[in-house]
Design a protein around this ligand. Structure first.
Ligand code: NAD
Ligand code: 0WE
Length: 275
C-alpha cells in the first residue's frame, strides 16, 4: 500500500486495546492500527513468532507502541501470557482486533468435498474461529464496559469461492461466533462485530491458487468496479471500535466495493466479455 494519511482526531483518545494479526506493513490489522492510532488510541500488539518480531517491532514503534507480545492462538500458555501482560501493564482495555486466519495449504485447493481432512478442518476452525471466542473471553475479563471487538471475515463464508474451501466454513463459524459473543457481552455494552473485507493483497492472500483472477474478477464485478482499499476497512474498524458505533453489535459489515450486493454484472468489462 502506498503511504496514506489516515484521518486524525480524538475518536479513540483515552482508549487502549490489543491488535492481533499484524504480520507486516500490508496486513489489514496494520491499516486498522494506523487509523486507530491517528485517532488517539494506545495499542498493544501480538505477533505470531520470533520471525515476525523483526517486521512488527518497527511498525509498532512507529506509532509509539511498546507492548509487543508473542502469541500463537493454538498455544494456551501464550494466550494466558498475552492477557496477563495487558492486565499487568494497563489493568483494563477498551478494544480488541482479531485479524487471524489459517488453513493448511493442501486444504485451499481443488475439490472441497474431496480434499478437506479431519485434521485440516479442525485446525482451520481452531485457528480462524475458536481463537476469536478464546480471545474475546480473555479480553472481556479486562475490558471496560462500553468496549468493543472486531474480527475480519470474507464473503467465502456466505457463498462458494473456488479454493477458499474450508476457510469459508471457518469464516461462517466465525460470523456465528460474533453473534453469540455479542449476545453474551451486550448487557455490559461491549459490542462485537465482523468486517467482511473484499480481497486485499496481503501475505494471507499471496500465493492463493486463483489469485490473479480473484483480484481481476472482484474489480470487474463489484458495484464500484474497483478492488477493496484497506483504508476503507480501517475506517469501518474505527467506526465499530469508537463510540460512533454505539448500538451496532452482532453485525457483519461488508467493505468490498459492493461486490456482495451484485447478482449479475452491470455494463462493463464482464458484460463485454460475454458478447
Ligand atoms: P496477514 O497474513 O497479514 O494476517 C494474517 C495473520 O494471521 C498473520 O499476522 C499471522 O501471523 C496470523 N496468524 C495465523 N495463524 C496464527 C496463529 N496460529 N497464531 C497467531 N496468529 C496467527 O493477512 P490479512 O489478509 O491481513 O489477514 C487478516 C484477517 O483478514 C484474516 O482473518 C483474513 O482471513 C481476513 N481477510 C483477509 C482478506 C484478504 O483478501 N487479504 C479479505 C477478507 C478477510
Ligand atoms: O482469509 C483469507 C486467507 C486466509 C488464509 C490464507 C492462507 C495462505 C497460506 C488462510 N490460510 C492460509 N494458508 C496458507 O498456507 N482471505 C480472505 C484471502 C483469500 O484467500 C483465498 C482467497 C482469498 C480472497 C484462498 C482461496 C481463494 C480466495
Amino acid at each position: 500500500m502506498a503511504e496514506q494519511n489516515f484521518p486524525t482526531g480524538d475518536l479513540m483518545k483515552g482508549k487502549r486495546g490489543l491488535i492481533m494479526g499484524v504480520a507486516n506493513k500490508n496486513s489489514i490489522a496494520w491499516a486498522i492500527a494506523r487509523q486507530l492510532a491517528a485517532q488517539g488510541a494506545e495499542i498493544a500488539f501480538t505477533y505470531q513468532g520470533e520471525a515476525l518480531l523483526r517486521r512488527v517491532k518497527p511498525l509498532a514503534e512507529s506509532i509509539g507502541s511498546d507492548i509487543l507480545v508473542e502469541c500463537d492462538v493454538t498455544d494456551d500458555a501464550t494466550m494466558d501470557n498475552t492477557f496477563a501482560t495487558l492486565k499487568d501493564k494497563w489493568g483494563k482495555i477498551d478494544f480488541l482486533v482479531h485479524a487471524i486466519a489459517f488453513a493448511g495449504k493442501d486444504q485451499l485447493a481443488g475439490s472441497f468435498v474431496d480434499n478437506t481432512t479431519r485434521e485440516g478442518f479442525k485446525s482451520a476452525l481452531d485457528i480462524s474461529a475458536f481463537s476469536f471466542v478464546d480471545a474475546a473471553r480473555r479480553a472481556s475479563e479486562i475490558m471496560n464496559d462500553g468496549g468493543a471487538m472486531v474480527t475480519l471475515t470474507y464473503l467465502g463464508s456466505e457463498r462458494v469461492v473456488p479454493n477458499y474451501n474450508v476457510m469459508g466454513v471457518a469464516k461462517a463459524a466465525l460470523e456465528a461466533c460474533t453473534r453469540y459473543i455479542a449476545a453474551d457481552l451486550g448487557p455490559r455494552s461491549i459490542r462485537v462485530n465482523a468486517i467482511s473485507a473484499g480481497p486485499i493483497k496481503t501475505l494471507a492472500a499471496a500465493g492463493i491458487g486463483s489469485g490473479r483472477h480473484m483480484f481481476k474478477f472482484n474489480k470487474a464485478a463489484s458495484a464500484m468496479q474497483d478492488n477493496t482499499d484497506p483504508m476503507g476497512v480501517a475506517g469501518a474498524a474505527l467506526y465499530l471500535l469508537s463510540d460512533l458505533g454505539l448500538s451496532c453489535t452482532g453485525e457483519t459489515h461488508h467493505v468490498d466495493g459492493g461486490f456482495h450486493a451484485i447478482g449479475m454484472p452491470q455494463e462493463g468489462p464482464l458484460r463485454e466479455a460475454m458478447e
